[in-house]
Design a protein around this ligand. Structure first.
Ligand SMILES: NC(=O)c1ccc[n+]([C@@H]2O[C@H](COP(=O)([O-])OP(=O)(O)OC[C@H]3O[C@@H](n4cnc5c(N)ncnc54)[C@H](OP(=O)(O)O)[C@@H]3O)[C@@H](O)[C@H]2O)c1
Length: 279
């Protein structure tokens, strides 16, 4: 039996996309779902829907800007008081950025690091110790294929997801024999609101449909990996093949190959910026 079954499960970023799909699929198994994000109205609507279809389910909604340490402190304190911690922590909330490094707004990078790195680490640190004491529990980190490979114009996002890979792999070793498991899911493109928040799509290209998977499929495969205590999973066969091959290539080759595209990317973004400022 997995820690999800009859457990207290927290899903961050449950107001949209993969997080909403994870919460929806876990509703029939968890005793309590704790939904965290900034958009309370969306969380409330999801809570109402899930409670209507799963009579015994308790759903707690926490409006929280996870980039704020004060908000996180308040949220984890309330969760501990109300529920006595969590059995399963799903660190899903995350944002991306597509831009050449020097052209990105610092505030955006700062916020991305606070969410993808600091908040994920803070929540893991806060909730894992009681899990170890109970010898029961698990963490599911929603990373990205960019946690295993690197692309120009995504450098900081890739770096945040490589951090998640490093932390997850390290903790997978540390947690052996404690009764607590950790899994990271590294999806390629998933059809969600993510790209709309990534910034100007200066490449002007949509993701080819044969690569993109639905949030539901991503959630299903990620939960299956968590249940099987698998440390790393890549949902979607095309993304899995591409990412495993990309990650297996020698670093010098990846630098050479992707480096060839960076001049063209710079020209494209400069042209897009010039067009924007002339409007
Ligand atoms: N979609 C993809 O192609 C893809 C691929 C690989 C990995 N991922 C990863 O998957 C995860 C989920 O992304 P998604 O695709 O489902 O994107 P999404 O549809 O944009 O959802 C992002 C979620 O994160 C929450 N969030 C954003 N900023 C937050 C903040 N400051 N505090 C609290 N919650 C915040 C959002 O809620 P509020 O706005 O209501 O706060 C929302 O629920 C991310 O970690 C992302 O890096 C996505």
């Amino acid at each position: 039996m997995s820690a999800i079954d009859g457990g207290i499960v927290m899903v961050t970023g449950a107001s949209a996309g993969i997080g909403e799909a994870l919460a929806t699929q876990l509703a029939s198994r968890a005793k309590v779902l704790i939904l965290v994000a900034r958009r309370r109205d969306r969380l409330e609507a999801l809570a109402t829907k899930l409670k209507a279809t799963h009579g015994n389910l308790e759903v707690s909604v926490f409006e929280c800007d996870l980039t704020s340490g004060t908000d996180r402190d308040r949220m984890v304190k309330e969760v501990d008081e109300r529920h006595g911690g969590v059995d399963v922590l799903i660190n899903n909330a995350g944002v991306g950025d597509m831009s050449l490094f020097e052209l990105t707004d610092w505030k955006k990078l700062d916020m991305m690091i606070a969410l993808n790195v600091t908040a994920l680490t803070h929540l893991t640190h806060h909730f894992v110790r009681p899990m170890i004491a109970k010898r029961k529990g698990g963490i599911l980190n929603v990373s990205s294929g960019f946690g295993l490979v690197v692309m120009p114009a995504f450098s900081t996002y890739c770096a945040t997801k490589h951090y998640v890979t490093g932390l997850t792999e390290g903790l997978a070793m540390e947690l052996r024999g404690t009764g607590v498991t950790i899994t990271q899911t590294c999806p390629g493109p998933v059809k969600t609101e993510f790209v709309a928040h990534v910034g100007d799509n200066f490449l002007g290209q949509d993701t080819p449909s044969f690569i993109e998977i639905s949030a539901e499929k991503c959630a299903r495969q990620s939960i299956a990996a968590f249940d099987r205590k698998i440390v790393l999973t890549i949902p979607g066969i095309v993304s899995a093949m591409g990412t495993y091959i990309g990650a297996a290539l020698p670093r010098w080759f990846r630098r050479f190959f992707f480096g060839l595209t960076s001049g063209a990317l710079r020209n494209k973004q400069m042209a897009a910026l010039a067009q924007k400022s002339s409007r």
